[in-house]
Design a protein around this ligand. Structure first.
Ligand SMILES: CC(C)(COP(=O)(O)OP(=O)(O)OC[C@H]1O[C@@H](n2cnc3c(N)ncnc32)[C@H](O)[C@@H]1OP(=O)(O)O)[C@@H](O)C(=O)NCCC(=O)NCCS
Length: 179
């Protein structure tokens, strides 16, 4: 199958290549939010190895590339899930939950919205999406703004819902999560 490419006015969404390591390291050396702490990359070698793993991802995991320069400025992904909590194995996988992340230097320019809008369009039109939902921490205002602009509605707030990192004393840092 040819790799999927999604084009917008200023961006290309495409699968990752092995040569993307240095660009990805720029934003994953210090993941911007705790929920991505486990994705931290500590060196160019680690980043290149990670790009190799991502090479087989051709449908649901995309590099966000600036058309003008060819630079990878972020990433977006979402995988098909069954929508209901206790669904049978053969239930349709028509539900998606996106993760999105931009290099700090490229935030505040509308790129995340441009990429996510095109990605949602792709999921609805070509991947049978019925429902797209997102979890976001209550302090993550840019991600909430993005959800709102994409037409998502706030359905709930889960208090002390999840933990991604520990406090200095070793206890878990629990976050309140919007859905
Ligand atoms: C969440 C995240 C992807 C949002 O990125 P972003 O750049 O702030 O989002 P947008 O693309 O919507 O752009 C935001 C601003 O760019 C401004 N902008 C500037 N030029 C623009 C243009 N040409 N077109 C559109 N908007 C433009 C807009 O005014 C917009 O601000 P507003 O929302 O107040 O109207 C980013 O903050 C990020 O990577 N965060 C770290 C990772 C993260 O938190 N992921 C989610 C975990 S739940």
């Amino acid at each position: 199958m040819w790799p999927m490419i999604i084009e917008t006015e200023r961006l290309i969404l495409r699968p990752f290549f092995e040569g993307d390591g240095a660009d990805v390291l720029e934003y994953l050396a210090e993941p911007a939010v705790n929920c991505f702490a486990c994705m931290r990359l500590n060196s160019l070698e680690e980043a290149q190895a990670e790009m190799k793993k991502r090479g087989s991802e051709t449908e649901y995991y995309f590099a966000i590339v600036l058309k003008e320069t060819g630079k990878v400025i972020g990433e977006i992904n979402a995988y098909p899930e069954t929508g209901e909590p206790h669904a049978d194995e053969d239930a349709p996988k028509d539900t998606f939950s996106p993760c999105w992340m931009l290099n700090r230097a490229y935030q505040g320019k509308g790129y995340a919205y441009e990429a996510a809008h095109a990605f949602f369009d792709y999921l609805f039109r070509e991947k049978g999406a019925r429902r797209i939902y997102a979890y976001t921490e209550d302090y993550n205002i840019p991600s909430q703004r993005l959800c709102e602009k994409l037409g998502m509605r706030r359905e709930g707030l889960f208090l002390e819902f999840v933990s991604f990192v520990n406090n200095p004393d070793g206890t878990r840092t629990l976050c309140n999560t919007l859905f």
